[in-house]
Write a protein of this length. Structure first.
Ligand SMILES: [Zn+2]
Ligand SMILES: [Zn+2]
Length: 173
């Protein structure tokens, strides 16, 4: 298919940010009149980033990865996943650290992420209803595919929890 976009000159207004930008600032869009997206590339990127942080966006991400990596089957529906994600307590199931505290920790792993990770209780069962949990990145790293849920809960309670409690007390001063 020959496209006529490259032959056009001039500018176009982004429907999101309202800026008049060169046509090259817009991505291609098959069904729009001029063959270009309504939003500029920058707005589209911000929008995509925001979407990835929503439960539906997270689900799509997991879906993509589960197609790529074998052994990470996904059997939960998007609706059930969103319901679970929205109602899950915002603390790490292993060390109990609250999500809102993550960015305050001097921990180079947790301090960067700010968000709890989604993990599976039993890895082999994949992303299934009743097999999902939220945990901090630190615990997720430690657990990897090596420790079981029960073992990691023990480690989290015994070793990780006293660390973040101490760390957050230090930062509060
Ligand atoms: Zn824009
Ligand atoms: Zn943790």
């Amino acid at each position: 298919m020959k496209d006529n976009i490259t032959h056009m000159v001039g500018t176009k207004e982004c429907t999101k940010c309202g800026r008049n930008l060169p046509l090259s600032a817009f991505g291609k869009h098959r069904i729009s009149k001029d063959g270009l997206a309504h939003r500029c590339k920058e707005c589209a990127r911000i929008n995509a980033k925001k979407y990835r942080q929503t439960p539906a966006g997270i689900y799509n991400n997991i879906q993509g990865r589960s197609r790529f990596y074998k052994g990470r089957p996904l059997s939960i529906s998007k609706e059930a996943f969103i319901e679970w994600y929205d109602s899950a307590p915002r603390t790490c199931v292993y060390c109990d650290v609250p999500e809102e505290l993550l960015h305050k920790l001097g921990d180079t792993v947790n301090g960067r992420t700010r968000k709890l990770n989604i993990d599976r209780v039993v890895n082999a069962k994949g992303y299934a209803k009743g097999n999902l949990l939220l945990c901090c990145q630190r615990c997720n790293y430690i657990k990897s595919d090596f420790f079981t849920y029960e073992e990691m809960r023990e480690i989290g309670q015994k070793y990780v929890k006293p660390r973040w409690i101490k760390e957050s007390a230090k930062n509060a001063m």
